[in-house]
Design a protein around this ligand. Structure first.
Ligand code: PEP
Ligand code: MG
Length: 316
């Protein structure tokens, strides 16, 4: 079956009734970048940049960023690359931040980075230079407020001016309830929005990221779907595209709901691309819209799962 799905790689991720979804890949390494292109991804929807530094003793320097970014971005020449800035969160805290009181209290990297503007600027400089031959977009994780987005934009603009290049589009990840609440303001000023359903699901349902019950299927909880729907409405009001780059994007019961809610793009692991594309090509958009509307009136993820099962019998 895998082979049969691979034969659809050159075909668009389009529903039976002609609704197009942009399908991108989540990558962190050159091998994953190559796998993404082999499997027909329309570029990268999430480049995780913090993974090489989880055991690092200090903020990475510009050269240390370059050493990890150059090989992966070289493999993506000419492609859309949505590069996420360092996301040192609760489950991904390097030793030098695990010690910091603020790091432990917040469990979020963005305030820590904004408190170290030189370290942040070094990553922007490195991204602008290493990504010069890609269609580069910059994405900020764990954004909670418009002030944070503005502070990031000032640093990025300064780095771009210094390098003498245009400022690339600057988007945000929506993975905190604060960002859902501020979605309208954030959508006005962000170039694009991407839903980090892994964290957003845990945040909304009060689950620890390391809790084994915090699965991608839990994104089918109506409270999570409702949050995503609010973000999509706000984003489209301001003509911004919304992507989902958490693992729920590739989950059989959740993909149709995300499409029905109006997400424009999905970004999934390279190994899941064939399957997600095939799933999209075997459903109708109008069915997804009806499903999503009913799902929002349900109370538990199990009820939502049964609803999707009855309607789509997802075999992919
Ligand atoms: C997410 O939170 O959904 C996400 C894509 O980011 P990460 O899994 O790296 O936290
Ligand atoms: Mg996250």
């Amino acid at each position: 079956r895998r082979l049969a799905l691979a034969e659809e790689r050159h075909l668009p991720a389009e529903t039976l009734d002609g609704h197009r979804i942009v399908l991108r890949a989540n990558v962190a390494t050159p091998a994953e970048a190559r796998a993404a292109l082999t499997t027909g991804a329309e570029g990268v929807g999430l480049l995780r940049t913090e993974l090489p530094f989880l055991n690092h003793p200090s903020w990475p320097t510009r050269n240390q960023h370059a050493a990890t970014l150059v090989p992966v971005l070289r493999a993506l020449t000419g492609q859309v690359v949505t590069a996420r800035t360092l996301d040192f969160a609760d489950d991904k805290l390097p030793p030098f931040l695990a010690e910091s009181r603020e790091g432990r209290r917040l469990g979020r990297g963005l305030p820590l980075m904004l408190a170290q503007p030189d370290a942040f600027a070094d990553q922007f400089r490195s991204l602008l230079s290493a990504g010069a031959d890609t269609d580069l977009r910059i994405m900020i994780p764990m954004v909670a407020s418009i002030d944070e987005l503005r502070a990031c934009r000032r640093l990025l603009q300064a780095a771009a001016a210094e390098a003498g290049v245009p400022t690339p589009p600057l988007g945000i990840m929506v993975e905190l309830p604060e960002a859902v609440a501020a979605a309208d303001d954030l959508a006005r000023e962000a170039s694009f929005l991407s839903i980090g359903s892994n964290d957003l699901t845990c945040q909304i349902l009060g689950l620890d990221r390391r809790d084994p019950t915090a699965t991608p299927a839990m994104a089918a909880h109506p409270a999570v779907l409702d949050a995503i729907a609010r973000v999509v409405t706000a984003a489209h009001r301001h003509n911004r595209q919304v992507s989902v780059c958490g693992d729920a994007a590739a989950h059989p019961f959740v993909t149709p709901l995300l499409i029905g809610i109006g997400c424009d793009s999905l970004s999934v692991a390279p190994a899941a691309l064939d399957e997600v594309r095939a799933r999209i090509r075997r459903i109708r958009h109008d069915t997804c819209v009806s499903l999503a509307a009913i799902a929002l009136t349900r109370e538990t993820p199990e009820e939502v799962r049964r609803l999707v099962e009855q309607c789509c019998q997802p075999s992919l």
